[in-house]
Write a protein that binds this ligand. Sequence first.
Ligand SMILES: NC(=O)c1ccc[n+]([C@@H]2O[C@H](COP(=O)([O-])OP(=O)(O)OC[C@H]3O[C@@H](n4cnc5c(N)ncnc54)[C@H](OP(=O)(O)O)[C@@H]3O)[C@@H](O)[C@H]2O)c1
Length: 281
Amino acid sequence: MQQRQLGDRTVSAIGLGAMPMSVPGSPDAAQAEATIHAALDAGVTLIDTADAYTPDGALGHNEELVAAALRSYGDASDVLVATKGGHTREGQDWGLDGRPEYLRTACEGSLRRLGVDSIGLYQHHRPDPDVPYAETMGALRDLLDAGLIERAGVSNADPDQIRMAQEILGDGLVSVQNQLSPRFRSSLPELEVCEELGLAFLPWSPLGGIGNAKDLGSDQHAFAQVAERHAVSPQQATLAWLLRLSPAVIAIPGASRPESIRSSAESPTVELTDDDVAALR
Ligand SMILES: NC(=O)c1ccc[n+]([C@@H]2O[C@H](COP(=O)([O-])OP(=O)(O)OC[C@H]3O[C@@H](n4cnc5c(N)ncnc54)[C@H](OP(=O)(O)O)[C@@H]3O)[C@@H](O)[C@H]2O)c1
């Protein structure tokens, strides 16, 4: 598996997005465990989760699945678990709370559920328009200083917010996680800022999101054609395209089945030509 840098840590270029295991109608715990184990067997060393990933509103469902699967795997010491805080959940509703005191409590909950003393990568999930961003970033700084998190990331942040985050967090900030896929490309300016500042960029919903990913080739014909040329799936061609966009990219395709992550983990071997890239632009 190709490797990429996340601050001082080296991780697999393809991570596992764990969200599809904690949505309404998601698989049972045994399938979730098998999916996470398949990812680790395939060389995946980054797992992306969040306290807010839950099928029913109870915070922590996904973090608990990830923690349990890592415990039952055996030696998973080379795996970096990246979680997030800052979203609230009530049933199927998603809210925001960017207050420092909320983030501290959320982080403590994630620490407990993941069963660690310090979180490898803690990402602020989404800016809260009711709380100045600098205040929320100050809370992340405090979590770094207290040793409760080893590295910080931001998500759904615009270029100005990324720059502000780096001013406040310094080297503690290692990543940005924004939406980027064939049909959603408006985060390319944030990718450029990441390259400039030496941050990793984790495209979320890289295949178009749960429910859309399977149809990727049908509405993205250029990706279907490139995939056919390389005898791979449109999803594998898409992940190869994202990795080719920049060395800052670490893709985190979601999966709720072992086959999906096994297939995604093979995508770094797809060698796109300049003609392919031009066609996908
Ligand atoms: N920061 C944020 O605000 C935010 C928002 C959304 C998501 N995320 C993160 O980003 C991750 C990825 O996004 P996502 O899960 O929403 O969408 P996605 O990765 O675009 O699509 C996920 C779906 O793609 C299918 N899939 C994965 N690999 C495949 C392959 N090689 N071939 C065919 N189908 C494949 C999976 O099917 P199966 O389920 O059948 O395996 C899964 O349901 C999430 O899991 C989460 O960690 C972050």
